[in-house]
Design a protein around this ligand. Structure first.
Ligand code: C2E
Ligand code: CA
Ligand code: CA
Length: 725
């Protein structure tokens, strides 16, 4: 035992080499004993004989084999050879002897049979040494590796299992790189995409985005979703098979990352969902189409109308809903039978579809009723023409089973958003209009709005035209000069003009109130304000600085909380000094909440612009209220100017207005001055500015510079004449 320990100290020489000095001072024998005694596994020395007769074994042998050291030493109970699993004995001997002959250390793994019959996997490391008596013995260490081996076995088994899942799966599986080619694919995927082998698929699809997906953007969507969520679920796309045919697939995939978090590849499964998609599409089609005519049914109609209404809100164009009911269908159906009736409905359905545009919808509403959605309607005239065409088309004779059949149609029409704002309302209105059409004699169409044939028709016509006018640039601004007491131009009033291709030249007196009602005044006003400020700034730069520009404010704009800031923006963007801009508002706009009015006017005045009261004298009778508001200018209404040069009574009002205005510190403008006599009287009464046909009508912007030049020359000549006289 003692000798064994001494000799075994060599085994530790590695671990203790650096501690030689301490090693010499301490009781090395005791330390070794403790270490050896507490080792997991067993140190041994044995003879190189048939039994591997053990000379020494450490206490760890009990834990490992179930035998004590005494039972093992000198083979008292069992030899080392006896411990080795019978199946492994030959291999162990062969490995050990090869090492001994080559004087090399060895390392082998094999099984032992423990005292209780259990098998353990061990690893033995050993070497041949010369003992104290000059003979050759084996010294080494045996440790338990059962768990490690079991783990390895499990791993190998799992890998086998997974490989077979991958290869034999009926689900397509893949690994692909982020730049779009395949790393691996299984047979199921190859089958799915029409390739003979996974290899063929991997080689031929070098660019997944373009070779696989029908829509190449799907690959980017796929990568994007994985980037955001780490995975994609039920990602449905249409893909090309190898022969160019298309199928629908659903992918489930995730990113495989390196321990540092870098993307290594994508991995996932693919399922063919073509049949499901087809099935879905069929169901959808059945749920939304009429089986007899193939036209959209009520469900789809509602959808389409909602879409059309949404489009209308964006474009400002109107949508017409027409309810079409066949005249005399019932008689034909009853007398010739349902089969003929059905075929007649099919013919009518085809004719209706043919007579409409792509963007329109024809739906079968039920029985012999159809509903048309006519989007993007710009004018009532066009709409009426379309309806007439449809009626003619339906009225064409139909030859069925030798019968020469004729059906007419009564049509009721309603217009979104003019008449109603939702599906149910519009449909019931169109239906009601259709009954009117029938009652008025068959084969006609009627608008829902009862008076559509007269004033309301015109109004609707104008509303439609005005909506497109804005988009089509049909509106422009003309400028009417104002002159001072010498006749010299002091400024302009901006007046909007509309030249409509369908309605001709339309007066603002007609379309401004309509624009107010429909809200179109907001974009119109914005257009006028910007154009006017731009022009005034341009003329100032061209040598006429200080000319004022008056713009009419509508009630809607005046109520707009943001008015002041909108005007400030336009002034800043056009570069017109605020002092040059005048805002004209009417008396009625000043009536109402005094405090609010004062606040609004003060906000505007704070910009530096001036405020004029237009058409003064026609609205509010009390003049006293004027005192309370921060105003700058009074424009005496044309009606008072008209007669002022005819008799003394008619002069009373302008005189009163002028003196009142003067007492309030306001400057006075007379509008509608048509005769020299009016001009002279008003000038005598103290009026400072004059506007009217006597001087000029409202002028297109491009004729203004010439007018200004001519005006300046004339006034200078008149002054010279006066000076000379
Ligand atoms: P208003 O503000 O009182 O404009 C003066 C109207 O009188 C203009 O008619 C002008 O052409 C006309 N007029 C000028 N001098 C004479 C004259 O000597 N004799 C006669 N008989 N008429 C004269 P217009 O351009 O037809 O405008 C009518 C109204 O429409 C304007 O009345 C104004 O209330 C409104 N309007 C015009 N342009 C705009 C605009 O851009 N915005 C707003 N909100 N309203 C506008
Ligand atoms: Ca005005
Ligand atoms: Ca006026």
């Amino acid at each position: 035992m003692r000798q064994g320990v001494n000799s075994l100290s060599a085994f530790f020489s590695g671990q203790l080499a650096g501690k030689t000095s301490i090693w010499q001072q301490i009781d090395s024998e005791r330390v070794l004993k403790v270490l050896v005694g507490n080792l997991d596994g067993m140190l041994f020395r044995c003879a190189i004989d048939a039994d591997w007769t053990i000379h020494f074994v450490s206490a760890g042998c009990h834990e490992l084999t179930g035998y004590t050291a005494d039972e093992l030493q000198r083979s008292q109970r069992i030899s080392l050879e006896g411990l080795i699993h019978p199946d492994d004995r030959q291999a162990v001997r062969q490995s050990v002897m090869t090492a001994v002959e080559g004087s090399a250390p060895y390392r082998i793994e094999y099984r032992i049979v423990c005292r209780d019959g259990a098998h353990k996997w061990v690893m033995e490391r050993g070497t041949c040494v010369i003992d104290e008596f000059g003979g050759r013995v084996l010294e080494g260490f045996i440790e338990d590796i059962t768990e490690r081996v079991a783990g390895q076995l499990r791993l190998a088994e799992a890998e086998m299992r997974f490989r077979s899942v991958f290869e034999k799966s009926v689900v397509g599986m893949f690994q692909t790189t982020s730049d779009g080619h395949y790393l691996a694919a299984n047979q199921a995927l190859a089958d799915l995409y029409g390739y003979r082998t996974p290899r063929e698929l991997i080689d031929e699809i070098a660019d997944i985005a373009h070779r696989l997906y029908v829509d190449p953007a799907r690959r980017a969507a796929f990568s994007g979703e994985i980037r955001r969520n780490g995975l994609v679920r039920d990602f449905e796309s249409e893909v090309y098979r190898r022969d160019g045919s298309r199928i629908w697939i659903s992918e489930n995939a995730h990113a495989v990352l390196s321990p540092e978090g870098a993307l290594l590849y994508y991995e996932g499964t693919v399922e063919d969902i073509t049949q499901r998609r087809q099935h879905q599409a069929e169901l959808e089609y059945q749920a939304t189409h009429d089986p007899l005519t193939g036209l959209p049914n009520r469900n789809l109609l509602q959808d389409r109308l909602n879409q059309a209404m949404g489009g209308s809100r964006r474009s400002g164009r109107q949508v017409a809903v027409a309810f079409v009911d066949l005249d005399n269908f019932k008689i034909i159906n009853d007398s010739l039978g349902h089969a003929v009736g059905d075929r007649l409905l099919q013919v009518v359905a085809r004719r209706l579809s043919r007579s409409l545009r792509e963007v329109d919808t024809v739906a079968r509403y039920g029985g012999d009723e159809f509903v048309l959605i006519l989007a993007d309607q710009a004018s009532v005239r066009d709409l009426a023409q379309t309806l007439e065409r449809i009626q003619e088309c339906i009225a064409e004779p139909v030859l069925l089973d030798g019968h020469d059949l004729r059906v007419g149609a009564s049509i009721g029409v309603t217009v979104y958003p003019h008449d109603g704002k939702d599906f149910a309302t519009l449909l019931s209105q169109a239906d009601a209009a259709m009954y009117h059409a029938k009652a008025g004699g068959k084969g006609q169409f009627r608008f829902y709005t009862p008076e559509l044939n007269s004033a309301a028709y015109e109004r609707l016509e104008m509303e439609m035209a005005l909506r497109s006018a804005l988009a089509a640039d049909e509106l422009c601004v003309h400028y009417q000069p104002k002159v001072d007491a010498t006749g010299l131009v002091s400024g302009f009033e901006a007046l909007v003009r509309w030249q409509s291709p369908t309605l001709g030249s339309v007066s603002p007196v007609r379309f401004i109130p309509l624009a107010e009602e429909t809200g179109l005044i907001i974009p119109i006003s914005a257009l006028v304000l910007r154009a006017a400020c731009q022009q005034a700034a341009k003329w100032a730069a061209a040598g006429w600085p200080g000319l004022t520009m008056a713009v009419n404010l509508s009630a809607r704009e005046y109520a707009d909380q943001d008015l002041a800031s909108k005007i400030r923006t336009v002034l800043a963007e056009t570069g017109l000094p605020a002092a040059c801009l005048q805002l004209e508002l009417t008396e009625t706009m000043l009536a109402g909440d005094v405090e609010l009015t004062v606040r609004t006017l003060s906000d505007l005045k704070a910009l530096g612009v001036r405020i004029a009261v237009d058409d003064f004298g026609t609205g509010y009778s009390s003049l006293a209220y004027l005192k309370r508001f921060p105003l700058d200018i009074l424009k005496i209404d044309r009606s008072f100017v008209m007669e002022c040069d005819r008799d003394a009574d008619a002069m009373a009002i302008p005189r009163a207005v002028i003196s009142l205005g003067q007492s309030l510190g306001l400057s006075i403008v007379a509008e509608g001055v048509e005769r020299q006599g009016q001009f002279e009287i008003l000038r005598c009464l103290g009026c400072e500015e004059f506007q009217g046909y006597l001087f000029s009508q409202a002028l297109p912007a491009d004729t203004v510079p010439a007018f200004l030049q001519d005006n300046a020359a004339r006034v200078a000549a008149a002054a010279r004449l006066t000076a000379g006289a």
